[in-house]
Design a protein around this ligand. Structure first.
Ligand code: NAD
Length: 486
């Protein structure tokens, strides 16, 4: 029933920032899980590269510790852990200087894929790209993986694209958006384009509206300094929510091929209407009575901050398929629960043969990204029992755990899939340079509008569902947000 793991050819993977938080929590555990799944052939090598003076032995100890925390179950297998650690090497280097680079170059193997993961702050992307070239590390089989944030606005994204393009071909650049690596996000494409059932209904004639919610229960954690300069619009909407919107709204690509898919996503971004100021709600969390969590301003130590930690928008798409069907986006921090879900809300049946008492029922396709990834379709059925017809809505579970068996319930982490795609050279789930620029071109005027008007975000309490204005945004259209459920 399950696709077998096909091992990738031996590679050299360099993790710049190999001692950082992302490497420790996500990249290394993902690599280890793929290693345990038999995805790597003999000879695969992973080289950590960071500032710290660790040495290979020190790095292996660091990684073992990280895996015991982030992949505890798999790390319990001592033989597998030792075998994985044996693939690791380490170089101490300076991304802004020349220290360590000749040593790194000397460690690399000829004639194989070289994947360079830029798991460092964005100010180091350009210095790394330049030094990779200068030290002769770039071959035709070298690929770079760039983490978010990709730029701060259109100008900076363009400049970064230009710098990377000076050293790499576009097919060598993998701009990561880990939302695209989620199993359910790809399942969304399979459901849309693999079935006859949905696509004929997937348009403004049958879909009333779409809601995309990415709710976080946590605050800014250790990222306060970065976040206070970014805000929810730059940190979440321009990239993650935009990507989800594209996958929902795009036309069927002619094939599941990187450029065919990305061409269609780009067309969606270019068809987005400019957002009217009254179709946007910005919020910022404040402490709630009886709860320990601080408000945003206290958390980042900036008592005058006007950075939004929440944003809700009503977005229109000017094309034949979607004109008249709004897409509502919302994302925020310190909300009532962690929950990322896309709800495609279909129109009501044109006429109820069951009478007014039966109420109005709408089919809702819910694509849940986290937690508990899965897809359900809300359908209306007769409530079982005697005595006339009463209608109820029940979710049709499309995760098919029973049919797929226990492995079906296990979804690999997004980074597992994305790292393997980089090693295979498959860019379908990575953002192309023009896509990122188009997303900034749409986002920039919204942020500039706030700045020029001196907009102050609406307060919302920690643990709530966001500012009340966001409810009004929906209520004005006779709609309501579906609940944020853990
Ligand atoms: P971090 O601060 O924890 O780690 C930074 C790493 O970069 C360290 O290994 C450090 O040694 C290395 N480094 C810093 N300056 C260097 C220099 N001059 N030369 C060589 N190495 C240097 O950062 P992080 O949280 O791991 O984030 C890395 C990147 O991933 C950032 O772009 C961040 O925005 C992005 N990101 C992180 C997360 C996350 O959950 N941590 C999530 C999404 C995106």
């Amino acid at each position: 029933m399950f696709a077998k793991t096909t091992a990738v050819d031996p590679f050299d993977l360099v993790i710049f920032g190999g001692t950082g938080d992302l490497a420790r929590r996500k990249i290394l555990p993902a690599l280890y899980r793929r290693f345990c799944a038999g995805q790597f052939r003999e000879g695969a090598r992973i080289i950590g590269a960071a500032r710290a003076d660790l040495g290979t032995r020190g790095y292996r100890a660091f990684v073992a510790e990280a895996l015991r925390e982030a992949a505890a179950e798999e790390a319990g297998d001592a033989a597998a852990l030792d075998a994985f650690l044996a693939t690791l090497d380490y170089v101490s280097l300076d991304a802004r200087g020349d220290r360590g680079w000749p040593e790194l170059a000397a460690k690399l193997t000829e004639d194989r894929v070289r994947a360079c993961f830029f798991s460092v702050g964005p100010s180091l992307f350009a210095p790394l790209a330049e030094r990779l070239r200068r030290h002769g590390i770039v071959t035709d089989r070298t690929r770079i993986v760039v983490e978010k944030p990709f730029g701060h606005d259109l100008d900076s994204a363009r400049a970064l694209n230009a710098t990377l393009a000076a050293h790499f071909h576009e097919r060598q650049i993998f701009r990561i958006d880990h939302y695209l690596g989620k199993e359910t996000v790809q399942n969304l494409m399979a459901v849309r384009f693999g079935n006859m059932l949905f696509e004929p209904l997937w348009n403004s004639l049958f879909v009333d509206h779409v809601q995309i919610t990415v709710a976080e229960a946590v605050g800014v954690r250790g990222r306060g300094e970065y976040y206070d300069r970014a805000g929810a619009m730059r940190d979440m909407v321009q990239n993650h929510l935009m990507q989800l919107l594209c996958l929902i709204a795009m036309e069927p690509p002619s094939k599941f091929d990187p450029d065919a898919v990305r061409d269609e996503k780009l067309k969606v971004i270019r068809a987005l209407d400019p957002v009217q100021p009254h179709h946007i709600v910005r919020g910022q969390y404040v402490a709630a009575p009886g709860r320990d969590e601080p408000g945003y301003r206290e958390e980042v130590g900036n008592p005058r901050s006007t950075t939004e930690t929440y944003v809700a928008l009503k977005v229109g798409i000017s094309n034949w398929r979607w004109a008249g069907t709004p897409i509502y986006l919302r994302t925020g921090k310190r909300l009532v629960a962690r929950s990322s879900v896309i709800n495609v809300v279909f129109k009501h049946a044109p006429h109820s043969i069951f009478g007014e008492d039966a109420g109005q029922h709408a089919n809702i396709l819910s694509i849940r990204l986290q937690p508990n990834e899965g897809i359900t379709l809300q359908v209306t059925i007769k409530e079982p029992g005697p005595g006339g017809i009463r209608l109820i809505d029940v979710p049709l579970d499309m995760t098919f755990a029973e049919a797929l068996g226990p492995e079906g319930a296990h979804h690999p982490d997004a980074y597992e899939r994305l790292v393997v795609d980089v090693l295979r050279g498959n860019q379908t789930l990575f953002m192309r340079g023009d896509e990122v620029e188009a997303a900034w071109a749409w986002t920039d005027p919204i942020i500039e509008g706030w700045e020029s008007r001196g907009d102050v975000p609406k307060p919302y309490e920690v643990g709530s569902t966001g500012p009340t204005d966001a409810e009004l945004l929906m209520r004005r259209d006779n709609r309501r947000w579906l609940g944020i459920r853990p």
